[in-house]
Ligand binder design. Sequence first.
Ligand code: BES
Ligand code: MN
Ligand code: ZN
Length: 498
Amino acid sequence: MEFKAIVDTKARSACGCAVIGVHENGDLGSAARLIDAQIGGIIGRLIASGDFAGKVGDTLLLPHPAGAAAERVLLTGLGPQASFGRKPYRKAVQSSAQAILKTGAKDATVYLAQHDVPGMDGHFRARAIAEIFSAAAYRIPDLKSGAKPKPGKLAAVNVAAENARALKSAASGLEIGAAVGSGSALARDLANLPPNVCTPTYLGERAMQLDKDWPRIKTKVLDEEAIRALKMGAFLAVTQGSAQPPRFIVSEYRGGKKSGAPICLIGKGITFDSGGISLKDPPGMDEMKFDMGGAAAVLGALRAAAELALPINVIAIVPTCENMPGGKAVKPADIVTSMSGQTVEILNTDAEGRLILCDAITYSRRFKPAAVIDVATLTGACIIALGNQVSGMMSTDDGLAGEIAAAGSRADDRVWRLPVGEDYADALKSNFADFANVGGREGGACTAATFLSKFTKDLDWAHLDVAGTAWLGGSHKGSTGRPVPLLVEFLVQRARRR
Ligand code: BES
Ligand code: MN
Ligand code: ZN
């Protein structure tokens, strides 16, 4: 889908569909007023007769309205003026996208960004349109036999601005929103694929594809022998029960100065988490195909950085393998030596994410990174704490934590900071090794992060636990693409800060 900002003060753009906003009390935006006049006051009459209430989420399609430049006009409810804000705005954009995608319109002019939205400037109003329209057009790469439903026809979306200044901020918003859209789509595709397709080998191939598609991305994929040579004993312990060979993916985007310290984004890439010998219960085990959601998100964010040609260096690091039981699998009580030299007593083989991440964190040191952010579907405890709405964020650096929290809020991909460190270290004590890989049930998200913090000394580090936010269960089962919007906003801000 192509996005473009245009100046349109007369609401007279010829297109497949004009999208205009109507508040619940019948207040029309300026574009809606102009179009209403062009088509003989139909909109006013529809409101007066109670046929369109303007509730958030309401849409009403007017096909071939005589007098309009557009082939269709889509009325979109914005809810009460008094409580208008980010949330109703995004919901209205979302419903309009869904409604247009059901029509035959090939292009659309969206006038919604002309409305004042408290807490959202023109840049972000346009950005939301690109992001939300891209997401609405996304289709799961399903393996259903039979005829595929026809994809939506909508190929071009113009966002109308009132003047040259508004045009500029809308254009920059659309550029970032579109990159977030394609980065999220990549992440969603990877996470939605079944685990017999999306194996560690496959993830490595997709990362190699990024290298082919983007001149500034260079990927290398390490195999088991190379991983062994690096002495990644914790990572190797997790993969040893699986018939699928592991991969260690390093994808570098070099957009900044050669000497510029990179941002390392580390993604948990467990392509299936059975729990290993500490086997999970059958109900819901299928959902553990999403356990590479962190890996998918960092690759999506890297793609977005390349598409935006951000003037910084970003490195996506993905340790990827399966966590399986079997005669060769790691056992509770096994002790392994991590790449850092620290030894770990593996008391629960289902706490595998931290084991592959700790070696990836140690590996990242060779880049002398400006910041290291790991992204992982790490703990069920984080879902209990924060639900599916907000990701958990732990950091030993207040500055970095603040940056990430702010990026999450601006990108509507929020995080909440949870504690990490000293207070939780006792839970990980072991009589036989430097520490254990699990604490008790209580504070599980925090003890997991505290385990990671044992490998992050002197690094500017943050951890995102996206177990609740990277995918949804139930009838909406599937990947959300989170936290790609947050990561891209973080990178955009870092690129400005230089
Ligand atoms: N991948 C899971 C975490 C998870 C659970 C993600 C549910 C999404 C939904 C992780 O590897 C795991 O199994 N964590 C254990 C840790 C425990 C053994 C300390 C958990 O959360 O139960
Ligand atoms: Mn697990
Ligand atoms: Zn896991």
